[in-house]
Design a protein. Sequence first.
Length: 361
Amino acid sequence: MKRKKNYFAGPAVMPLEVLQQLEDELIDFEGHGLSILEASHRDEPFEGMYFECLDLVRSILQIPDNYEVFFLGGGATLQFSMIPLNFLAPNSTADYPNTGTWSNKAAKDAAKIGSVNTYYDGKATHFSALPVPSEVKPSPGSSYLYLCSNETTGGIQWQEFPQTGDVPLIADISSDLLSRPLPISQFSLLIGGVQKNVGPAGATLIILKKELLERQNKGLPSYLDYSIHAKENGLYNTPPSFSIWAVKLALQWIKKNGGVEGMAQRANHKASLLYDVIDQSGGFYRNHIEKPYRSNMNVVFRLPSEELENKFLQEAQKADMLGLKGHRSVGGMRASIYNALPTEDVEALALLMRDFQEKNG
């Protein structure tokens, strides 16, 4: 088959060799005589695969021993409610920004559970900037400070993170997970859906500082209790087996291709290919994000009119390019250029953009 160029925001492109390995081993996993989809999560071969996957996460991200690492289902959206249920203390507040779609959704869920303080609101700048990290301070008595490291919808990304002292820093890293090194020890909790940079939909990576559990609220339903999942290494109930297996293979691919440092170099190069076209277009293509906050994962842009945007999408489809239509809430174009998207696919998009401007500018 002829593979198409996949710029969807998630589920998203995966490494071809990972897909081929999934195909090769789907029926007979590593010679065990059964598929990993059939294997009990309480026995081999699943357990060996699972803990190898966790070890790879720890190794690639250099996660210290005082952190729990495991997977849950439910996507990052489940975490929007789990986080405040577990850590938003009674008669306290939690600090959330409004930097775009996903931080706003997280804040709205938290506000159903307790008091939320909006420490930054990007509406005033049409979500074109982020707060200066050194100026972000938790409110008095805050239970935690939350952020979304990369807003998939809006194409805006934190390049550095606030220092919050004794107040836990919590982040949703779904759309730039394993795309760059992270200062893990700066965070108390990191959550990330894997379906953008690391695998298929179904699993959410949890990186949890053990001492954060000392702040945990009591009396939670079992599945919503982080301490239960930490104690069971994420195996309290049946995990999303297929997704985790695919993540393990993707992690091996990441490690072979330079780890998170290699992924960051690839991301910077691929993003620069598109931002250069935008910046050199004389306004034909417009990206409204201030340059220090531009995302290396989701490059958003507009054309002079919706008519031209629709025409551009038609030309892209003819060129076997999928997923370039912007999120329905903001419109325009969005190219998601995650870890597994080949550089030549980004080069092809950059060439299409230049040709389209030459013919329609």
